[in-house]
Design a protein around this ligand. Structure first.
Ligand code: NAD
Ligand code: ZN
Length: 360
């Protein structure tokens, strides 16, 4: 048995208002005056001076607003890398991603592709990255994905939706400032928060579970219950808790794996462009046969917060479209092996997945 030697985020600061320390934190990492810091910022913050006025641009530093309407694509990563290379003579001193999972994943991928040749699609997979990335910093503004702590950056490429999983992917620095999650719309708060809840459920109920994953997974699961079920705490406390739940949920799957909801959600994402958080919710809603107790809890939380989970999105699909989603879902073998066990192929048939998709 070879145990994985797993990289972690090197430095992290946590606290309400800690975002104001960002400039001081990164200043020592400036290589020279021609090597800029590039800020990739979710465009939801355009005109939000409470955030942008605290970003201090010096020398050739640049701020690029990024739309999070669609999940990151390999072509988008390549275009950003080209834009940065053409504009600046020196390699940047660092990339700072400020936003949700979409922007954080883009920041990680851009930092990798600034030092690795070729196109980002060539690196979708496991341990294909050759050169260390440039210094990269993650500042989450919505909690749940665990992207701030993970070893992957999920990209949709021409052929597949798959992460760049590598030892060079995790951030060198993360700033956890729960205040930045002010203003997240309620539905989105729930969908992305449920991504964390589902990470925990899939990790804790998987065959890959071990004490490392369990210790993080149980803590995050309990925090999610306090937030979404018990509603215990002030608004600020709930924000703080969700930010830490996201972190712990990410740590939990780092050393185990996700499961059925993620496998099937990737299918929805690939074919229909359904985003990760809401896609997980759409799928999880129908997974009683796999996660009975937690699907009941999920439905109660949906009700408590009066959240709308879309239904009927597969109603008018044709057979070939179901086949595409099933192919994507089944290709994620480790997820099924974790969820069901070594002999998963005996019970997870194409017909069974089609019947599930038809319910969604
Ligand atoms: P997101 O980044 O797509 O953002 C969702 C919406 O919330 C966007 O409209 C965004 O503009 C808005 N938003 C973000 N912060 C806000 C704020 N403070 N105020 C108001 N609006 C705000 O959502 P997400 O769920 O965080 O990320 C999803 C992405 O994360 C997917 O691309 C998924 O593949 C990826 N993901 C990555 C990992 C990983 O380990 N790398 C894990 C899970 C998911
Ligand atoms: Zn997820």
């Amino acid at each position: 048995m070879i145990y994985r030697n797993y990289p972690m985020v090197s430095k992290v600061v946590f606290g309400r208002g800690s975002f104001s320390q960002l400039s001081d934190i990164i200043a020592p990492k400036r290589l020279n005056v021609k090597a800029p810091f590039i800020y990739l910022v979710d465009d939801v913050f355009k005109g939000n001076l409470k955030l942008t006025s605290r970003i201090s641009l010096a020398y050739d530093d640049e701020l690029i607003f990024i739309s999070a309407n669609e999940e990151p694509k390999t072509s988008q990563v390549d275009a950003l890398v080209e834009q940065i290379i053409l504009k600046h003579k020196d390699k940047p001193s660092g990339i700072i991603g400020i936003g949700g999972g979409t922007v954080l994943d883009l920041a990680k991928a851009v930092a990798i592709m600034l030092t690795n040749t070729g196109e980002s699609k060539d690196y979708q997979g496991w341990d294909l990255v050759k050169q260390p990335a440039i210094y990269h910093v993650g500042v989450p503004t919505i909690s749940g994905t665990g992207s701030e702590v993970s070893r992957t950056t999920v990209l949709t490429g021409p052929e597949k939706k798959l992460g760049i999983n590598s030892d060079y992917t995790p951030f060198d620095q993360v700033v956890l400032d729960p205040e930045l999650t002010n203003g997240v719309p309620k539905n989105q708060w729930f969908y992305t928060g449920m991504d964390c809840f589902i990470h925990c459920v899939e990790s804790l109920n998987g065959t890959y579970l071990n004490a490392f994953s369990q210790s993080y997974g149980e803590k995050a699961y309990d925090l999610c219950k306090e937030i979404f079920y018990d509603n215990s705490g002030t608004a600020e406390e709930l924000q703080d808790k969700l930010m830490m739940a996201s972190w712990h949920g990410g740590m939990s799957i780092a050393y185990s794996q996700v499961g059925v909801a993620h496998a099937m959600s990737y299918g929805l994402g690939y074919l229909l462009g359904v985003k990760h958080g809401i896609g997980n919710c759409i799928v999880f809603n129908h997974l009683e046969e796999f996660y009975p107790k937690d699907v009941v809890l999920f439905k109660k939380m949906v009700q408590l917060h009066d959240i709308e989970i879309p239904e009927g999105i597969c109603a008018n699909l044709e057979d070939y479209q179901f086949d595409i989603m099933i192919d994507v879902a089944l290709s994620l073998e480790p997820l099924w092996e974790n969820a069901i066990g070594e002999n998963w192929k005996k019970t997870i048939t194409r017909e069974r997945l089609k019947a599930l998709y038809q319910k969604m």
